[in-house]
Ligand binder design. Sequence first.
Ligand code: BJW
Length: 243
Amino acid sequence: MSELARAARAVAGGRHIAVLTGAGVSAESGIPTFRGAGGLWRGFDSASLATPEAFAANPKLVWEFYNWRREIVARADPNPAHVALTKLAGRVPRLSLITQNVDRLHHRAGSRGVLELHGNLWEIRCTRCGETSDRTGDILPPLPSCGACGGLARPAVVWFGEALPDDVWSAAQESVRDADVLLVVGTSAVVYPAAALVTLGKRAGQTIIEVNLEPTPVSDAIDIGLYGKAGELLPQLVPSEQE
Ligand code: BJW
């Protein structure tokens, strides 16, 4: 039996499918991945701008980077990988969708209850009073300020060295512990604690399926590896409506 057929069988027979997605799931929507060829912006490595230190040193530069990304995401549409995960949720008893992505394309594809480990690009949070506001689709000024207290606002994302939102992280761990199949899609699995969900799934004995262009540091821990584009592979894992 092919790896794809084994994966499709595991998914169709799953009681609870947990899915962990990364930037690769949005690559076919034209959104640059973090560590891929498009991961450079004006010569800066994206990861070097995703830190509280970079923001403290040059908030205007960091906001330019995030405003550029907000524009790309605003123009992008969900691709067949996002759509397949939405369909899959309707065809299995339970599906938990955990994403590292900040683009909200899963939401726009119709997925519900998405656990956003690293926040999202659309909300901004005041560095002074902590007020969060939803600025979906808005064109922001070069240095956005808080509507409540006038303090400097920052993107409501999780940067290196910052804690993931407690409630979201707990829910993600709980979902992975409870699931019997873990689908790991389009992530380089180098960023922690998100990547530790794969180890957690391994310890809990789930069938782990990786979908990526190439093997990753967690590939040794997985049961089934599907190497190719998520937008081509994921639709083939969705059981037909009669199943
Ligand atoms: C395709 C495809 C196609 C392409 N189809 N596939 C343990 C060990 C070592 C270090 C640490 C550790 N624990 C913590 C750390 C430190 C750090 C960390 O992980 N560092 C490592 C990088 C070394 N982690 C943290 O700092 C985290 N915080 C933390 O641990 O806090 C502790 C704490 C506790 C209490 C109080 C205070 C602190 C926070 C991590 C936050 C990460 N944030 C970012 C930025 C978000 C905002 C933004 O987007 O700007 O999140 S970094 C960036 O990486 C972003 C992503 O979500 C994340 C993961 O990237 P992802 O999604 O995997 O993308 P890529 O580009 O890396 O990979 C794309 C993949 O897709 C590739 O594999 C391609 O092959 C594939 N692909 N096209 C299928 N069509």
